[in-house]
Design a protein around this ligand. Structure first.
Ligand code: GDP
Length: 432
């Protein structure tokens, strides 16, 4: 889906606007200083067009950190969104922070829409008009809280937002898109340098004036691959506050653009909460997954035993993901990465013919019928694969299936078809 990013200073009304657009009270309440939101991606729809909203404002910096945090928002939006909504508080007028961000936004070719928020009634329209001075074109007056102007704003958004993501457009026959993920220092840029077969300069570009390409195409195993958001890996931005939040934001946005994720772990360190959170983000995104255990050269026997136990304990739920044990430094087993990516993508693309799927369902229900509930037995009437990428199945049933029974079906599907490297989903439609 195309990605619309929302950027702006704290308290200008970003989450109110997100709420208004998605029509739910899901993005967190405003005016709660110090709140860090976990959720950054929201599915939105307007006039039958679907898109993803990335709310970059989930971190509430203190006064000192505002410039850096809004700059970080803008940078991520410029790199990873298809269009940017820049929200300004029209009752306050442009601040120096706003002007700083405007310089970054004007350097991008991506569409930028200026929202003059908190224009609650017609008498405040002149506040909005004053924002022409920012040089971002027409300010769109809106009141996120009251809904005023938001419909016009969204109509305009749809005219500048590409129908499908600019990256997804290359989907047919183009290079497959890979996100390299992992917490700092696990070896992401080392892996990139090793796969590309050359050392590259790490670009430090906070100002965003000369933007290097966000993605890189690399030929591996006779095929081109697109590594998404390598700019985010190569550009090491030191942020005094909110570094974790911006890392999560960047990871979520990169996943939107990717088809398969390689999550890198540093085997010389215990698996951390942050590592597991990244795996969770991949699962939430529905992308294919490969696990890469890096710095294998540093492993001694003792740490190796510990690692295997940590993996059993914390990564048991993704035991289906192909695993490569590598060293980006020595090059150990680096050649196994491409086959792992190919396997994961093949699973992700899989379509099981309906006839075959129903024959299998018949076998499974014979082998292990659903337990009786209140004297009745929920039956599966029919099943079909609704979509691939990732494989998603729908079962039409005469009653709710126990979660346990659904897990049984999911497990057997994996045993039979593999789906190595891809999440799969089994949904239910009850026909009374
Ligand atoms: P990033 O922050 O994830 O991009 O991590 P880097 O690629 O910058 O690596 C962080 C540090 O780990 C650097 O000092 C690398 O030289 C080192 N490193 C990366 N991969 C390996 C590896 O396989 N073995 C060893 N021993 N060190 C590594």
């Amino acid at each position: 889906l195309p990605v619309l990013a929302i950027v702006g200073r704290p308290n200008v009304g970003k989450s109110a606007l997100v709420n208004r657009i998605i029509g739910r009270r899901e993005a967190v309440v405003e005016d709660t200083p110090g709140v860090t939101r976990d959720r950054v991606n929201y599915k939105a729809e307007w006039n039958n067009r679907h898109f993803t909203i990335v709310d970059t404002g989930g971190w509430e910096p203190d006064a000192k950190g505002i410039d850096a945090s809004v700059a970080a928002q803008a940078e991520i939006a410029i790199d990873l969104a298809d269009a940017v909504l820049f929200v300004v508080d029209a009752t306050v007028g442009p601040t120096s922070t706003d002007e700083h961000v405007v310089r970054m936004l004007r350097a991008t070719k991506k569409p930028v829409i200026l929202v003059a928020n908190k224009v609650d009634d017609v008498h405040q329209e002149s506040d909005a008009a004053a924002l022409w001075s920012l040089g971002l074109g027409q300010p769109w007056p809106s009141s996120a809280v009251h809904g005023r102007g938001v419909a016009d704003l969204l109509d305009h958004v749809l005219t500048v937002l590409p129908e499908i993501s600019t990256v997804a457009k290359e989907e047919v026959g183009g290079p497959r898109r890979v996100a390299i993920l992992g917490r700092p220092n696990v070896g992401k840029s080392s892996l990139l340098n090793k796969t590309a077969g050359e050392e590259r300069v790490v670009v430090n570009d906070l100002a965003g004036t000369t933007r290097d390409p966000v993605d890189e195409q690399i030929e591996l195993g006779g095929k081109f691959w697109r590594f998404v958001d390598t700019a985010g890996i190569r550009r090491r931005v030191a942020l005094a506050q909110g570094a974790d939040f911006y890392a999560t934001l960047r990871t979520s946005a990169a996943l939107e653009k990717a088809e398969v994720a390689v999550v890198i772990f540093d085997v010389s360190q215990p698996l951390s909460v942050q590592d597991l959170k990244i795996v969770d983000l991949v699962l939430e995104s529905g992308r294919a997954l490969v696990l890469a255990f890096n710095k294998w050269d540093l492993l001694d026997d003792e740490r190796r035993d510990l690692l295997e136990r940590e993996i059993d304990k914390d990564l048991g739920h993704v035991a289906w993901a192909p695993r490569v044990n590598i060293s980006a430094k020595t090059g150990r087993h680096m050649e196994k990465l491409v086959p792992a990516l190919e396997l994961a993508l093949e699973s992700w693309d899989t379509r099981i013919p309906t006839g075959k799927f129903n024959a299998l369902l018949a076998e499974l229900t014979q082998e292990h019928p659903h337990p009786l509930r209140g004297g009745k037995q929920p039956r599966i009437l029919f099943g079909t694969q609704a979509s691939s990428r990732p494989p998603t199945f729908v079962l039409f049933t005469t009653g709710f299936l126990d979660p346990q029974y659904r897990r049984f079906i999911t497990r057997r599907l994996r045993e039979i078809f593999g789906f190595d490297g891809s999440p799969i989903q089994v949904n239910m439609r009850v026909r009374e």
